[in-house]
Design a protein around this ligand. Structure first.
Ligand SMILES: [Zn+2]
Length: 283
């Protein structure tokens, strides 16, 4: 009986803490964006301070570029960030470096991607899908850092991008194509080729236990150090789920379980990439 009551109380406390995290994040989200747009050094957002900075009319100036490898990466891994940026009236561009043609479904997957983006709030004219023979959807093919860097840099310059978001060095799912994008962006940052004022953020890969805790994981991500945290509640989750369901060609049983249990459907944390080393190989 004692164990049951204790477990119940702890569960209630945890639920209230989740609610607190959502409330607090709604307060500091504006602060986070202001930090990014004002190009200050981002050294951690004060999670427990009473930050109530008044919104400044600069959100329109955010031009965010999300670089992904395959159709469905955008909603599987980045939905909380896309939804929050779009709702904050930022211009969100998507550059998807392949059509996801691994099973010869490239044309269909491209259409699914556009539908998914429409649900998330990215209009079709801001979505670019690359179909290049040297960038196949295939984890066994090493994508060229030089080629990716060139494509991404052109996009950044063309749209005057102020923040680039992509995978980290572990690629979230460990897919080689995801990791290749991180390596290319790291190369651009380390070689000083990113335009001044353009910041590069990589999405934190989390361990498998945290990955499938669904909304219960939100407080953990929120409390751990990061430079940029984005989380969504029930209503936005429904939207993220709807975007996932646009990728009909990928809706196998494990994908449905992913929608139910993945914490990436609720929260994203990023680290700003500032690189000192210049020893990045290009091949
Ligand atoms: Zn992918």
């Amino acid at each position: 009986m004692f164990v049951f009551v204790t477990a119940l109380l702890l569960s209630l406390v945890y639920v209230f803490f989740i609610k607190f995290v959502y409330y607090k994040q709604s307060v500091i989200w504006q602060y986070t964006l202001n930090k990014i747009t004002s190009h200050l050094n981002i050294d951690g957002i004060p999670r427990f301070s009473s930050t109530q900075e008044s919104p400044r009319p600069r959100l329109k100036q955010i031009a965010a570029l999300l670089v992904t490898a395959h159709p469905d990466d955008e909603c599987m891994f980045f939905a909380p960030t896309i939804i929050n940026l779009v709702e904050s009236r930022a211009d969100v561009y998507l550059l998807c470096l392949s059509t996801g043609n691994y099973n010869n479904q490239g044309a269909q997957r491209k259409k699914e991607l556009l539908n998914s983006c429409a649900v998330l709030g990215i209009p079709a004219n801001l979505v670019t899908v690359i179909d290049h023979k040297d960038l196949p959807d295939d984890p066994s093919v090493l994508w060229s850092t030089a080629l990716i860097s060139s494509l991404v840099l052109k996009h950044i310059q063309k749209h005057n991008i102020s923040m680039v978001l992509t995978f980290d060095e572990r690629g979230v799912s460990g897919h080689a194509n995801h990791i290749a994008i991180h390596k290319s962006l790291s190369y651009l940052a380390s070689s000083g080729r990113l335009p001044e004022g353009c910041q590069f953020f990589s999405l934190d890969s989390i361990n498998i236990l945290r990955k499938y805790l669904s909304v219960l994981e939100v407080p953990i991500s929120w409390l751990l150090p990061s430079d940029f945290c984005s989380l969504i509640g029930r209503a936005e989750y429904t939207r993220a789920k709807k975007a996932m369901l646009c990728h009909r060609s990928q809706l196998l049983w494990f994908r449905r379980l992913y929608i139910l249990f993945s914490s990436y459907m609720f929260v994203n944390t990023f680290h700003a990439v500032t690189i000192e080393t210049k020893n990045v190989k290009i091949y």
